[in-house]
Ligand binder design. Structure first.
Ligand code: GLA
Length: 378
């Protein structure tokens, strides 16, 4: 990403130069809505990121400029200083969560910008949180380990932004490694890097953005989580992770039909992530693709976090012979992630654009992504 604009804006606003930090958005090959169930996820960081220029300002206030929104705000570091602007609450939340963990920080000036599309399911908010968590950790020499940096971002979502998210997005943004996906066990927090280079095997990975606005704040996202927690409690478990379909059937008449469907999806998804990881070890992209479609329809029919436009995109993908296609991220809009044979790529993109335009009056946006490194200083 070109950082000259940030440099210019920072200089213009604050009359000095600061240091640059960045953190990426993420894709997730499979393992959706499993993180808060203690299950597995399989994300990778991408070459779209947030970048912030930062300089300590010797006061106890933060002065922040959102370059892309052309919006400026100032806030203090006490709980009652929470800013109004939703973008600023991410930065404020990170500061507060660091302080709650005993980290001593002070005021700073910052200007930031990014090329992670907002509301597309590519974790722009986690990228923002991880950028600041990592930067403040370095600038104040706090010695916070990388898992805790991810948790600081997650707690920011819970306590300052109203989303009871899992750990996947912040984990991916902090731990990303070029050319690798990461299988994270969200119960033990053990993880493993998997080399991932679809091009080498004749496939391309592409995201199609329905441009249906995806907004997890105040969304049924938290309701999905609550459903899972109710079923886990009924099973006498902390998490749905590890539950079997037989166990679920056995309690079927004690839970609502809706909670049953939610749990059925999660139990299936846990199996699918493990299948996909094993398939990748033997370069079996066909199985990877099959599981992706299964996830899509599970998210659509059982978990009910898809929308008409995304179902349409997955259907067109299937018709075009795309190996795997599914809704990516929390849902309720955003992107599909598609694994497509290189020779079918051009036709798929052209067909998806044309059909989508005809039906919805605009084209989907197309993003090809490169699996990249996580949070760092530039
Ligand atoms: C959002 C959340 C994640 C995860 C996904 C769904 O991106 O932030 O924690 O739950 O949805 O897999």
């Amino acid at each position: 990403m070109d950082v000259t604009r940030i440099n210019e804006k920072f200089l213009e606003k604050f009359g000095v130069q600061g240091e640059l930090f960045t953190s990426p958005g993420r894709i997730n090959l499979i393992g959706e809505h499993t993180d808060y169930n203690g299950g597995f996820v399989f994300p990778g960081a991408i070459d779209r990121a947030m970048v912030a220029e930062i300089k300590l300002n010797g006061t106890d206030r933060v002065r922040a400029y959102a370059v892309d929104l052309d919006d400026y705000t100032e806030f203090g570091l006490c709980e009652e200083d929470a800013p109004e602007a939703s973008w600023a609450r991410y930065i404020f939340g990170v500061c507060r969560e660091i302080q709650k963990r005993g980290g001593v920080i002070a005021g700073f000036d910052t200007a930031f910008s990014g090329d992670v599309p907002l509301g597309a399911g590519m974790s722009s908010s986690a990228a923002l949180e991880s950028t600041f968590a990592n930067a403040l950790n370095e600038l104040f020499g706090l010695g916070i380990d990388r898992f805790e940096l991810a948790r600081i971002g997650q707690s920011t979502e819970h306590n300052y932004c109203g989303v009871k998210c899992g750990i996947m997005d912040q984990f991916a943004s902090v731990f990303g490694k070029a050319g690798h996906l990461m299988r994270l066990d969200c119960r033990s927090m053990e993880f493993e890097y998997f080399p991932f280079d679809p091009e080498q095997h004749g496939y391309k990975l592409v995201l199609l953005d329905s441009v249906v606005k995806h907004e997890l704040v105040g969304s049924p996202y938290n309701d999905r989580r609550a459903s899972c927690e109710r079923v886990a409690a009924e099973l006498g478990q902390e998490f749905l992770r590890g539950a079997t379909m037989e166990q679920l059937e056995a309690i079927k008449d004690k839970i609502s039909e809706e909670d049953y469907m939610r749990a059925r999806y999660v139990i299936g998804e846990e199996r699918r992530v493990l299948d996909v990881c094993e398939a990748l070890r033997r370069d079996d992209y066909e199985t990877v693709g099959e599981r992706m479609y299964e996830t899509h329809w599970g998210m659509s029919k059982d978990y009910e976090v898809s929308c008409e436009e995304l179902d349409f995109l997955a259907t067109v993908a299937k018709e075009c012979g795309v190996t795997g296609s599914r809704i990516m991220g929390g849902g309720f809009g955003g992107c599909t992630i598609n694994l497509v044979k290189a020779e079918l790529y051009d036709n798929f993109i052209a067909t998806a654009k044309a059909k989508f335009l005809e039906k919805y009056g605009h084209e989907p946006k197309v993003y090809s992504v490169v699996i990249s490194d996580g949070a760092r200083r530039i």
